[in-house]
Design a protein around this ligand. Structure first.
Ligand code: GMT
Length: 373
């Protein structure tokens, strides 16, 4: 198949999934054309069957707001015609589903559109009255809509229309990259042999509740020797720095900033903290699980579909930092529970979230859509 892929190319789970899916489909012999405003950060070097088409937005001085959606649509149509694409698979509804719809109008009905919902495109923007109707329109015009968790599927149907047909296709992880690695030498840079290492990876937006991360860690380090690795950058970063300083945790917390390859850091951690307020899936918990790291998180959104409470990690009510800390201390002080959760997690990744299994599901969906002439 010849498929156009559009996503947000910079950091973020939806861009990661789109890029990794494109790469895996290219390995299977499909032609994948990325149509994005920047090179997707996970694309890496040359790979056969992968093409990249940059979307360059007009900076004409009359425009207060550059018309990215229209430029994207126009580029999608151009690439679709030139390379005879069969379909456009867009990741994140806004504005990609609308741009794809416009491209289809320009190219013809034979060009199919698949829209994958990733989370905030529904849970935040879907609730915004200035965007609600256009998101609904974009979904209805798509030939297929997928959601990355059962929870996101249900939320979408509740918010828009209970009859909206949505396929649930879980996110996946490439176990060639995310697997338990023996990187003790890297761990030694951050902890002494008797210390536990906790990790949090996010874009440090309020929705990730990084303050809760620090509060949970503060309780952990009072109970046992531990350090915290913070990976990522975002609006709350300075406030978090200040909180760490005010709690006298500066020596125990390492701020690593943005990292392109987080798989090595995951492998050295004993536990991941994910206390988010919203999370349609929680890709970071899946990646951690594949590296042999249990998660302590909040019981919200799609997290309970990824992290099974009492089997691969523990979940607490949103904001309940005491409960999260209690679970974290319990697992860190109990080697046999930790080992059991690690093994359960690796097994779960293999059963539910293996890349080839999920790529099969997307391929079947494409074939279904292309069969509907
Ligand atoms: O909010 C983020 O973390 C970024 C956002 C994105 O669009 O990249 O993440 C969403 O999509 C990820 C991949 O499907 C999911 O794993 C995240 O849970 C989801 N974030 C939210 O729902 C807040």
């Amino acid at each position: 198949m010849k498929i156009g892929f559009t996503c947000y190319p910079t950091h973020g789970g939806s861009g990661v999934i789109a890029t990794e899916l494109g790469k895996l489909l290219a390995e299977r012999g499909h032609d994948i054309h990325f149509i994005t405003y920047d090179m997707p950060f996970r694309l890496g070097g040359f790979q056969q069957n992968i093409f990249y088409h940059e979307v360059e937005v007009s900076r004409y001085s009359l425009f207060k707001y550059p018309p990215y959606d229209l430029t994207l649509a126009s580029r999608m149509a151009q690439v679709a015609k030139l390379y005879e694409l069969d379909l456009l698979h867009v990741h994140y509804a806004v504005p990609h589903a609308i741009s794809a719809y416009l491209a289809k109008q320009m190219v013809g009905e034979h060009l199919k559109v698949v829209t994958t919902l990733h989370g905030t495109d529904i849970t935040v923007l879907g609730d915004d009255p200035t965007l609600h109707n256009i998101i609904c329109f974009g979904m209805k015009q798509s030939d297929a809509v997928t959601a990355v968790s059962e929870n996101l599927k249900q939320q979408t149907q509740e918010l828009f229309n209970p009859d909206l047909e949505i396929d649930r296709i879980y996110n996946f992880v490439d176990q060639r990259i995310y697997h338990p690695r023996n990187v003790r030498y890297l761990k030694d840079n951050y902890v002494c042999p008797d210390e536990k290492l906790i990790i949090h990876i996010s874009n440090f937006r309020e929705v990730k509740r990084p303050h809760d991360v620090i509060k949970v860690f503060d309780q952990i380090q009072k109970a046992l020797p531990a350090r915290l690795l913070l990976v990522g950058q975002g609006p709350e970063w300075s406030a978090i720095h200040e909180l760490v300083r005010s709690l006298n945790l500066t020596d125990r917390v390492h701020f690593l900033g943005r990292q392109d390859d987080v798989s090595q850091f995951m492998s050295i951690a004993d536990l991941l903290l994910l206390p988010s307020a919203k999370e349609s899936f929680g890709l970071v918990a899946l990646e951690a699980m594949a590296c042999g790291v249990p998660t302590i998180g909040s019981r919200i959104g799609g997290i309970p579909e990824v992290v099974i409470h009492g089997e691969t990690g523990y979940l607490a009510e949103l904001g309940d930092v005491n409960e999260m800390a209690k679970y974290a201390i319990n697992i860190l002080q109990n080697d046999s529970t930790h080992q059991l959760f690690v093994q359960n997690g690796l097994h779960r990744v293999d059963q539910e979230f293996r890349a080839d299994r999920i790529v099969d599901q997307y391929e079947a969906l494409y074939e279904r859509v292309l069969g509907e002439k």
